[in-house]
Ligand binder design. Structure first.
Ligand SMILES: Cc1ncc(COP(=O)(O)O)c(C=O)c1O
Length: 387
């Protein structure tokens, strides 16, 4: 009988060692018996005992854990989430390729598609993926190589219908599932080709591992691996071990953070200084039914708009005591940031406006503090704006 995901988070990625944690394989290189043996290692796919850019046993344990959690044949880790995005896109595309991507995504992913990819002759059509059929309609048969989506999206928490993405045939379909974590949703079970995470976020969960990972069918992952050893965005075993430790506690963290997030979102939704709260698990959200259909947990991120501009946001943030002003998410501490001037500062002003990242928008990553303390702090800071 298949195990439950919270058990898999504990049992997966154990490797062959009897130690319950680690070890961290720090070596960058392994010694061969002789030249024949060295040739075997150099020509073996994902060789475990050759050179650390090809594979590292600690990283492999982390990859195995993610593969099991995502219900995938295989997984491949990178030095960061952007390492995963860039390596995967460049592994699959060539000059003249076409990508369909949603217009509301993490800022650096958008900038990567608009900048380096465009410069290399890889063209992207950006669409509003909340509109049913929009992704499919933008596909150019024979030319579109990738359909790249992010659900929930950063920072507006819009959802893309995973069933719709899973039904697309022809291009490779990739879902950045960072905000959901592997426990929040399983894109591969909807028919998607590749699921991608910045494991720096919820998977690592402690703000001490910079890591990215993709999971999918073995042949596709192996092909991306063959490119990735030249691209070189390989992860550190130390970060992989920290992220593997994060996986062990992921189930308890996501459940607690989901519950706190809902309480905070509802409080914000009822406050007169808040004009809009973005989270699909709020009953009032336009995509609430879709969230219920394809997600188990809502992640740690929410965003909200206050009736004011940057300076009003700054006054609000200055009045907070508990949240740290920082851009990441998924860790134990509650964080707050202003996307237009931080995570999405690389976007053109017209693109910010088009995607709805206003000057009054704030993004919060709900931590593991007691939710009553977070709420008291947030409400106090909002009330102080009126004085
Ligand atoms: C949805 C999403 N994907 C990818 C990334 C990039 O991850 P990293 O910072 O680990 O490179 C981020 C970073 O915030 C993100 O939010």
């Amino acid at each position: 009988m298949p195990r439950k995901p919270d058990t898999t988070a504990i049992t997966s990625g154990r490797g062959n060692s009897a130690s319950l944690s680690g070890p961290t394989w720090g070596s960058t290189v392994w010694e061969s018996e002789n030249l024949e043996d060295a040739r075997r290692r150099a020509t073996t796919l994902r060789s475990q005992d050759f050179y650390a850019r090809y594979a590292n046993p600690t990283v492999t344990q982390f990859e195995d854990a993610v593969a099991q959690l995502e219900g995938a044949e295989s997984a491949l880790a990178f030095s960061s989430g952007m390492g995963a995005v860039a390596s995967t896109v460049l592994a699959l595309c060539s000059h003249g390729s076409h990508i369909v991507a949603q217009n509301n995504m993490y800022g650096a992913t958008l900038s990567f598609l608009q900048g380096p990819c465009a410069r290399l002759g890889i063209e992207t059509t950006f669409v509003d993926a909340t509109v049913p059929g929009a992704l499919t309609q933008a596909i150019i048969p024979g030319r579109t190589t990738i359909v790249l989506t992010e659900t929930p999206s950063n920072p507006l928490l819009t959802l893309t219908d995973l069933d719709e993405v899973g039904k697309i045939s022809g291009p490779f379909t990739i879902v950045d599932s960072t905000l959901a974590t592997p426990l929040g949703q399983q894109p591969l079970s909807h028919g998607v080709d590749l699921v991608l995470h910045s494991a720096t976020k919820g998977i690592g969960g402690h703000n001490d591992a910079l890591l990215g990972v993709i999971a999918g069918e073995k042949d596709l992952i192996d092909a991306i691996w063959a490119y990735s050893i030249m691209h070189g965005a390989v992860p550190s075993p130390h970060d992989a071990l920290n992220a593997l430790r994060g996986i062990r506690t992921l189930p308890v963290r996501v459940e607690r953070q989901h519950n706190s997030l809902l309480e905070i979102a509802r409080t914000l939704d009822n406050h007169p200084r808040v004009t809009r709260v973005h989270h699909p698990f709020l009953e009032s959200h336009g995509q609430h039914a879709l969230a219920r259909k394809q997600m188990n947990f809502g992640g740690t991120l929410l965003s909200f708009e206050i009736d004011g501009d940057f300076s009003e946001c700054a006054r609000f943030v200055d009045a907070l005591h508990l949240p740290h002003v920082a851009t990441s998410f998924g860790g134990p501490e509650t964080l707050i940031c202003h996307p237009a001037t931080s995570t999405h500062v690389g976007l053109l002003p017209e693109d910010l406006e088009k995607t709805g990242i206003t000057q009054g928008l704030l993004r919060m990553s709900v931590g593991l503090e007691n939710s009553e303390d977070i709420i008291e702090d947030v409400v106090g800071a909002l009330n102080s704006l009126s004085s």
